[in-house]
Design a binder for this molecule. Structure first.
Ligand SMILES: [Zn+2]
Ligand SMILES: [Zn+2]
Length: 250
């Protein structure tokens, strides 16, 4: 018991260390900067607003507050789990050059997000923590994390687990997560862009709009087990045949 407690304490010290805070904290700078450079020209071209009361609200509550608290709680849960379960390191990714590590890690993160999102729509007890994301509203680019606090915390635990398991370097983490966040924000931009052929790989606003449309269309009492579960790519939906293709006319 005493040994368990000591190991738990040791894990706690390591998850709240500067080295670890640097990983997640860096997203507070990189993501807003990247969002600005992508959405400033886009809002100019489309006439869509870059800032409104609704968007500011999403940034403060879901991007800032939930990520911050999700980090505190998620890391605590991770430290607790790591005391029980000896997570095996699969450090084959830690040794390859960045140009290989980044795309491979990207696919890992996206696959986790895809599988998790599908589970959220598949199991009744999980649907409860995702339905907030599907309440009826006009989509805007800051909506991608408008979800329950529990869901954000799970996202942080998954990311931490993947970083530890695959021995992910800081730069890979920063680039991968920043691109992932920008693409998932773009999928909530609320336009009907389908990206043409690129839409078979990247998640277009059109593709994700259909995901939201299908949930709104489903009857209230039934679990909306629908399709288009990708978070930033449509790739896994095409691979595992979970697209809603053809269900909604353009
Ligand atoms: Zn969903
Ligand atoms: Zn969405």
């Amino acid at each position: 018991m005493e040994l368990f407690f000591l190991e738990f304490l040791e894990n706690l010290v390591s998850v709240y260390s500067f080295g670890n805070i640097k990983y997640f904290g860096s997203l507070y700078v990189s993501v807003p900067v990247a969002l600005f450079f992508v959405f400033f020209p886009l809002s100019y071209i489309t006439g869509k607003r870059l800032m409104s009361e609704d968007i500011a609200n999403d940034f403060v509550i879901y991007w800032f507050r939930n990520t911050f608290l999700g980090f505190i709680v998620g890391m605590f849960v991770y430290a607790f789990l790591a005391t029980f379960i000896p997570f095996e390191k699969a450090n084959f990714l830690g040794q390859v050059p960045l140009f290989v590590q980044i795309p491979v890690y990207y696919l890992i993160i996206e696959f986790l997000a895809y599988a998790w999102h599908m589970s959220l729509h598949h199991f009744n007890f999980l649907w409860g923590i995702h339905k907030k994301h599907h309440e009826n509203y006009q989509l805007n680019y800051a909506n991608s994390h408008r979800d329950s606090f529990l869901n954000m915390t799970m996202f942080i635990i998954f990311v931490k687990l993947s970083v530890e398991t695959f021995d992910i370097q800081f730069l890979t983490f920063l680039i991968t997560l920043t691109i992932h966040e920008v693409l998932s924000a773009l999928s909530h931009f609320g336009t009907e862009w389908d990206f043409g052929r690129w839409g078979y790989f990247f998640l277009s606003p059109r593709f994700h709009n259909d995901h939201h449309r299908a949930v709104l269309e489903a009857k209230k009492e039934e679990l909306p087990m629908i399709g288009n579960f990708g978070a930033s790519l449509s790739f896994f939906d095409y691979l595992f045949r979970t697209t809603l293709k053809g269900r909604f006319k353009p």
